[in-house]
Design a protein around this ligand. Structure first.
Ligand code: SF4
Ligand code: SF4
Length: 166
């Protein structure tokens, strides 16, 4: 059964923190191509059962990184120049990466992204479970486990399928 209750997910994440780090070490010893095949199948199964437009939890806790093309699209939507958009709505990291600066995101309307079709590339990619080389992103997955129902359910199914903890 797919778990979508965000409070329950957060609670289980706090209880399972050690377990998730042990799972990370367990997966590091596995064939990454086999893990990718399982993860990509699970990603399809799970994302068909979770509607991001009814969740929006990642938009409440993280700031998406913006590429220049994202800034162009967002600035055009706001009738602003890219520079003015960046000055008003973005911040720079110490590595000169540009992020949207408000949390929750200024485009979150209740639980739904109000610019869903034009959302930044990083928003489209999150939580990255569709990408190859899953075993190289396990720290990020552990961080997202408490935030994102897709990651929570995928990690739990992956524990079962790899017979972790048996
Ligand atoms: S742009 Fe949309 S998907 Fe991206 S963080 Fe904001 S509300 Fe969420
Ligand atoms: S990516 Fe995860 S946290 Fe973000 S809206 Fe979709 S299910 Fe919720």
């Amino acid at each position: 059964m797919i778990e979508k209750n965000l409070l329950k997910i957060k609670h289980l994440a706090s209880i399972r923190e050690d377990e998730n780090y042990r799972f990370r070490a367990f997966l590091k010893g596995k064939d990454d191509k086999i893990i990718d095949r399982i993860v990509q199948r699970l990603h399809l199964e799970i994302t068909q059962q979770i509607d991001c437009t009814l969740c929006g939890n990642c938009c409440c806790v993280s700031k998406p990184r913006l590429h220049p093309e994202d800034i162009m699209v967002l600035a055009r939507m706001e009738n602003m120049t890219p520079k003015s958009y960046q000055d008003n709505y973005c911040e720079k990291s110490e590595f000169d990466e540009i992020f949207l600066k408000t949390i929750p995101c200024r485009y979150l309307d209740e639980k739904k992204c109000s610019i869903f079709k034009n959302r930044p590339e990083e928003c489209k990619s999150y939580p990255y479970t569709q990408k190859e080389k899953f075993t190289t992103r396990l720290l990020g997955m552990i961080n997202s486990y408490e935030v994102c129902p897709i990651v929570f359910n995928l990690m739990e199914r992956l524990k079962e399928e790899t017979k972790f903890n048996l």
